[in-house]
Design a protein around this ligand. Structure first.
Ligand code: ATP
Length: 616
């Protein structure tokens, strides 16, 4: 369809408004020549300007003192009471300033109790101007501060707590710096609003003249020609503050470039150390949330534990509870000789690395390392170097690749005394080669540290590589826990087998403690704990562990061949009564029909169907 002849409506509408907004300034320039420069009352104008600059600055200081904490509370403590408070403190913004002035007179005027107590000092005085300006301008800062604090990622504040910082210190070292730009912009806006305040000021404090009141009086006495000199201080202040605001809110001029990932990583340099002493690790945690309840428990002596479960099963909640975040009464947490049942996050010796790594965007890697309240900089630097990060000390997180960010977070977490290393989905954001590289680095690290590590993952491969014990979660409950191998070979149910990566499931019966019948008069030798002869079982095999041969294996048949995807080919075989997927390298010679297969006993997962929970 022809588009010619169409009016660009949106640009025209925008341009019209822009022209209207700029036009008064142009008109003002035209009046410069007509202005009565000689007759101007420069002394009166100077005094009024001083009054306005002083009062706006004093009001802004008052607004900052109360408005920044108020903005923080409004952002971080949601609830009906805070909602009501937020509504109330924004009301002055909605009121015509004259009405605000009347309300202030009810409160502070001569006839009010406060007015009588202060002998009228709060009206018709410089203090009165400051109070009127504070009332009208405060919402600008409160709103800006609330939005700026709301944008601070709560994970960063959580991480700061696990690094030993109390709430006041978290506020000063994390929340305030990160919200700083928004707050500064709000302060500038509040100053401008206070500087230009007329309506409330004229009601509360007609004297001494502030600049807007002086302007009004001069206009009434001398008319428009006297106005050009009067406009100068106002325009000057507005220009200065606008320039400052633009400089504050404009994005970082200097953009650091993230370093390369993958093969550019220097190899980790771990030392070989003696295995750490065995210690007890026990926890029992319960949380009742809106629509989700968590009730998990574990007890063992493994030093490397993986929590595996599908999305939304409660893995991160469990990890947060172990870190002492959202601590509740009734928790049980024992590690070695330490009992942390009711210890807060600040007091637990945990190294917590959340899924997003939780690096503070305003700090260089070096300063992240020294951030913990009880940071041992030498130890943190040791981990920094060991994890192959040397040379990146002065980089901020934005200039680090994801893999590097993860390792900085681990070095920071371990750069202080820690008995428990908590890692939430450490590889979730990484591509496959980097994943493998960092998995190897983490494995080496686990050997070197004395801390017990708990790794949250939804990938069974992570659990096999990095855990001795595994806890399988679903719907906030533990489905099974125990040594990785045992849980793999003897999952409690088909669901557990599936969560451990099994794709198909078949039925059979135990013939001997290490032999199962799978239909078609076939039997399979299996490994793992002894089975109960006669028991009905479910069984499956990891799809990538079955080998298809032309000769020398068990008789089977290929019943489906799927096209190769990403260098892997999936076929379905029939073995006994079972139909199982097999994943292997693409093979052009594969045909439907009889084949032979090898099924390693250690790849066969078996569960007792009598004992299987109904959920499976
Ligand atoms: N503060 C909260 N209030 C209410 N429900 C919550 C809260 N935090 C988490 N949940 C709910 O608790 C459940 C478990 O969340 P959790 O983050 O622990 O899952 P997860 O197993 O880590 O999932 P994923 O693998 O997707 O990260 C989810 O249904 C989630 O919506």
């Amino acid at each position: 369809m022809a588009r010619r002849g169409r009016w660009p409506v949106l640009p025209v509408l925008g341009a019209l408004l822009a022209v209207y907004l700029a036009a008064p300034f142009v008109a003002g320039i035209a009046h410069l020549g007509l202005a009565d420069w000689r007759g101007a009352d420069w002394q009166g104008l100077g005094q009024a300007t001083l009054v306005s600059v002083f009062s706006a600055t004093a009001a802004t200081v008052l607004i900052a003192l109360g408005g920044i904490p108020l903005g923080y509370l409004l952002a971080k403590r949601p609830g009906p009471a805070m909602g009501l408070l937020g509504f109330l403190v924004q009301l002055p913004l909605a009121l015509p300033p004259l009405s605000s002035g009347i309300l202030l007179l009810f409160l502070l005027g001569y006839a009010s109790p406060i007015g009588q107590l202060t002998h009228g000092a709060l009206t018709d005085s410089l203090i009165g101007i400051v109070l009127a300006e504070t009332f009208v301008a405060a919402p600008f800062l409160i709103i800006a501060a609330r939005s700026a604090f709301a944008e601070v990622d709560p994970v960063l504040e959580d991480v700061a707590r696990t690094l030993g910082h109390r709430p006041g210190s978290v506020f000063l070292r994390v929340s305030l710096p990160l919200a700083g730009r928004g707050i500064l912009a709000g302060l500038l806006l509040a100053w401008l609003r206070a500087f230009g305040e007329f309506g409330a000021t004229v009601m509360v404090a007609y004297h001494p003249y502030s600049l807007p009141v002086y302007t009004y009086v001069a206009f009434g006495g001398e008319g428009l020609p006297a106005m050009v000199p009067v406009l100068l201080p106002t325009l000057g202040a507005a220009l200065l503050v606008m320039l400052a605001a633009t400089a504050i809110v404009s994005p970082n001029r200097r953009r650091e470039r993230p370093a390369e990932t993958g093969s550019a990583l220097p190899p980790p340099a771990f030392a070989l150390t003696e295995p750490a002493a065995v210690q007890e690790f026990t926890f029992a945690l319960a949380r009742q949330l809106d629509g989700f309840s968590l009730d998990v428990a574990y007890s063992g002596t493994a030093r490397r534990i993986a929590i595996l479960g599908p999305s939304g099963s409660g893995k991160s909640l469990t990890l947060r509870a172990l870190a002492g975040l959202d601590a509740r009464g009734g928790d049980r947490l024992v590690i070695g000789d330490r009992i942390w049942d009711s210890a807060s996050a600040e007091d637990r010796r945990v190294a917590y690395v959340p899924q997003s790594y939780g690096l503070f965007p305003h700090l260089t890697a070096e300063r992240q390392l020294g951030f913990a309240r009880d940071a041992d900089l030498a130890q943190a630097r040791h981990w920094f170097g060991t994890l192959g990060l040397a040379g990146l000390e002065q980089r901020r997180p934005a200039a680090l690749s994801l893999g590097q960010q993860q390792r900085v977070a681990i070095a920071r977490a371990l750069g202080r005394p820690a008995d428990l290393l908590l890692l939430d989905e450490p590889f979730a954001a990484l591509d496959t080669p980097l994943r493998a590289e960092l998995r190897a680095a983490l494995r080496a690290l686990q050997r070197e540290i004395a801390a017990t590590s708990v790794l949250v993952t939804h990938d069974p491969a992570d659990a096999f590589a990095l855990a001795d014990d595994i806890i399988i979660l679903d719907g906030g409950r533990v489905l099974q826990a125990g040594p990785v191998n045992t849980v793999f070979l003897r999952p409690r149910s088909a669901l557990v087998a599936r969560l451990l990566g099994a794709e198909g499931a078949a039925f059979g019966q135990v013939v001997a403690p290490d032999l199962i019948a799978i239909g078609g008069e076939m039997t399979l030798a299996v490994s793992g704990p002894a089975l109960r002869p006669g028991a009905p079982i479910g069984w499956t095999v990891s799809a990538d562990r079955i080998r298809i041969l032309t000769d020398g294996g068990l008789p089977a048949a290929i019943i489906a061949i799927e096209p190769p995807v990403a260098g892997r080919q999936r076929v379905i075989i029939r073995l006994g009564d079972a139909e199982l997927p097999v994943i292997q390298a693409p093979d052009e010679d594969l045909r439907l029909g009889p084949v032979q297969v090898i099924v390693p006993p250690g790849a066969i997962q078996i569960w007792d169907r009598d004992a299987e929970t109904p959920r499976g």
